[in-house]
Unconditional design. Structure first.
Length: 253
């Protein structure tokens, strides 16, 4: 069974994104710890993974206008076909890497667009059978430059469907899920509480190619929900649905 780091739970409430970084390299310890994480944390085997480079970020983010002076970065990689399952895997793995980086005292920021994916593939020597779904700068943010607006979230009542009475573990899981970051902070998910489960749904069935990228946001929120359940003493597993609005169901063991 996949073992999540329980320390990540507290980070959900503390983390802020940074887009401006100090001009300094990662320490050997920081880089080695993140590299070790990238090698060992593979909840989906080789189907999705994280890669870390200690340099090259300036070229990857060049011209983006959003990230400045980041040298090290992480890339979140999955299969070459943009499918709901590959997007879920990339979101889940990428968010885990970001939480681990923050646990180590590093600053990060989810970037799903406006980076040079070709440069990432070149620097990391990626083969054509994979795709870079997102990246994150990795370093030490400029003091006073954290993004505080990103923590504004809808209340859980606005995101939960139905009137099923929540168990303690479900309330904990949903509060952790509410804090999950998403593209433009749109929170494109809804939750249906069952007797021993929580169903994760999209806010609307995908209609365009762009809509399918909501599944990467769902991968992020899946990790948060799982951490919240773990905090309350419950382990579970995800059952993929990927049909209509329904993405996956978390069922306690």
């Amino acid at each position: 069974m996949l073992m999540l780091n329980v320390d990540w739970y507290e980070i959900l409430f503390q983390r802020h994104s940074f887009r401006r970084f100090q001009k300094r390299d990662l320490s050997d310890y920081e880089y080695n710890e993140m590299r070790k994480f990238s090698v060992t944390f593979k909840p989906f085997g080789e189907a999705a993974r994280v890669r870390v480079l200690p340099g090259g970020g300036e070229a990857v983010f060049k011209g983006s206008g959003s990230v400045k002076d980041a040298r090290a970065y992480m890339a979140f990689i999955s299969g070459s076909q943009v499918t709901p399952l590959n997007l879920l895997r990339a979101g889940y793995s990428g968010e885990a890497a970001i939480l681990e980086a923050v646990r180590l005292g590093l600053d990060t920021c989810w970037i799903g667009a406006h980076f040079r994916s070709g440069k990432v593939a070149e620097q990391m020597g990626l083969d054509p059978g994979v795709k870079v779904y997102g990246v994150s700068p990795l370093g030490h943010g400029q003091p006073g430059m954290k993004n505080v607006s990103g923590h504004k979230r809808l209340e859980i009542e606005s995101l939960t469907v139905g009137t099923q009475q929540q168990e303690l573990w479900q309330a904990s899981a949903l509060e952790a899920a509410r804090l999950a970051p998403s593209d433009r902070n749109r929170q494109p998910w809804r939750f249906v509480v069952g007797a021993d489960s929580i169903l994760l749904r999209l806010d609307a069935a995908p209609k365009t190619r762009l809509d399918y990228w909501k599944y990467m946001d769902c991968g992020i929120v899946m990790l948060h929900l799982e951490l919240g359940a773990l905090r309350a003493g419950k382990r579970g597993e995800w059952q993929y649905i990927l049909k209509g609005c329904d993405a996956a169901r978390f069922v306690v063991l």
